[in-house]
Design a protein around this ligand. Structure first.
Ligand SMILES: C[S@@+](CC[C@H](N)C(=O)[O-])C[C@H]1O[C@@H](n2cnc3c(N)ncnc32)[C@H](O)[C@@H]1O
Length: 201
């Protein structure tokens, strides 16, 4: 995540937990913790008793597995031969001194959504980027955001030549139809706020 997108995420999270003190910020897709640190710093600065729940199975999305362009071989566990980004995320959160604020949830997005009862002040979706994964994340998470809560979606591209279309087609656009109003665009990061409780088509 580039710094301008991180700063936009930080600003939105700060507003979200100031307006909804105590409510969590949920991130779908921790990877090695970079965006979680932006979110954690915002929540600590707000000082309103919220925390960040950052969710990842830590086995990597389909599009970052071996053989794909953005695969990083250093995050493969040599014992199992599978990606495991959890040690990197834990180290990054601890190095940033944010372990008390950022809770690492090792789970699939679907399992975490089914277990989370609290209304989130903000949900940031940056998990799997395929059609099925983005559809499932939208189905699991959009309905959880209350009126006044925020939604952030990464890798939203209007122009197919700049990136994949699934996050826009299956998360961003259905969110707008379900009562979210666009607030800002920074790079491929979109921030929205919920104005009414609609149902995504
Ligand atoms: C694009 S990376 C997240 C990057 C991170 N938000 C950042 O900016 O630093 C996507 C992550 O989503 C995780 N992921 C993909 N599908 C998932 C699912 N269904 N449940 C949980 N995590 C998932 C992958 O393991 C991967 O680490």
């Amino acid at each position: 995540m580039p710094d301008d997108e991180g700063a936009a995420l930080h600003a939105a999270a700060l507003v979200a937990v100031t307006e909804m003190p105590g409510c969590p910020v949920v991130e779908v897709g921790t990877y090695c913790g970079r965006s979680a640190i932006w979110l954690g710093d915002a929540v600590e600065r707000a000082g309103t008793g919220s925390r960040v729940l950052t969710i990842d199975h830590h086995r990597g999305s389909e599009e970052i597995q071996p053989g794909w362009e953005h695969h990083d071989p250093t995050v493969v566990d040599p014992t199992t031969g599978r990606m495991d980004t959890l040690p990197f995320a834990r180290a990054a959160i601890e190095a940033a001194d944010l372990a008390a604020t950022v809770v690492l949830v090792v789970a699939t997005s679907m399992d975490a959504a089914s277990l989370l009862a609290a209304a989130p002040a903000m949900v940031f979706i940056d998990g799997g980027h395929g059609d099925d994964e983005t559809r499932a994340d939208a189905a699991a998470w959009l309905a959880k955001v209350p009126i006044g809560g925020y939604l952030a979606v990464h890798d939203v591209h209007d122009d197919p030549s700049t990136g994949g279309q699934a996050p826009r087609r299956y998360i961003h656009d259905p969110a707008v139809a379900a009562g979210f109003e666009p607030v800002s665009t920074t790079g491929s990061l979109r921030i929205l706020v919920r104005r009414r409780l609609g149902v995504a088509p």
